[in-house]
Design a protein around this ligand. Structure first.
Ligand SMILES: NC(=O)c1ccc[n+]([C@@H]2O[C@H](COP(=O)([O-])OP(=O)(O)OC[C@H]3O[C@@H](n4cnc5c(N)ncnc54)[C@H](OP(=O)(O)O)[C@@H]3O)[C@@H](O)[C@H]2O)c1
Length: 168
């Protein structure tokens, strides 16, 4: 099973504040949609609740939410798991490719397991209350896939970067 992480962080690695994103980047939303459509997405409960109601669960994707509490919303496209281990071992049986879509607590716990990180690197320093861990160049190769300028659709300029874990 291939484990991908997909994230957008600022120059100082902020990813969110008060359970919201820190920017509006239409081209990044389009990349996220294209990359994850038809796949399984795994997220923490805060991230699930941060999605606008009309986008939750995310359409055309199998949504998995991790929470120690009982499920609070039901949908045919949505499954709840009480632990990450439980979710990952059940997904391993199907062999499907998964995308970890946040937030901070889930990224931190899954980074050691991930094969690839698709990182949108946003060209701004900004304060957040949730951060992404540092990707060490000793452990990850880095390849820029796309660059987008700041314009009326994208609040800041940014690059979409693919990091692949170096397997020794
Ligand atoms: N920039 C980006 O790419 C990006 C992407 C996603 C999210 N975000 C941002 O990140 C922030 C949310 O991140 P967050 O760290 O606060 O929350 P989160 O990781 O989305 O969710 C945390 C919750 O997940 C559950 N959880 C986490 N680990 C678990 C485990 N091992 N077993 C069982 N349950 C577990 C717990 O839910 P219970 O309390 O119910 O047990 C925990 O309170 C928001 O600001 C959001 O906008 C940014």
């Amino acid at each position: 099973m291939k484990i991908n992480i997909i994230v957008a962080y600022s120059k100082n690695y902020a990813i969110g504040k008060e359970n919201k994103l820190l920017w509006h980047l239409a081209d990044d939303m389009a990349f996220f949609k294209q990359q994850t459509s038809g796949k399984t997405v795994v997220m923490g409960k805060n991230t699930f609740l941060s999605l606008p109601r009309k986008f939750r669960p995310l359409p055309n994707r199998k949504n998995i939410v991790i929470s120690r509490q009982e499920s609070i919303e039901e949908h045919e496209n949505l499954s709840w798991y009480k632990s990450l281990e439980e979710a990952i071992s059940s997904l391993k049986k199907t062999g499907e490719e998964i995308y970890i879509i946040g937030g901070g607590t889930i990224y931190e716990q899954t980074l050691p397991l991930a094969d690839v990180v698709y990182a949108t690197e946003v060209n701004v320093n900004i304060e957040g209350d949730t951060y992404f861990p540092l990707l060490s160049p000793q452990k990850w190769t880095r390849q820029v896939l796309h660059s987008f300028p700041k314009n009326d659709k994208n609040e800041y300029d940014f690059e979409v970067v693919k990091y692949e874990k170096i397997r020794l």
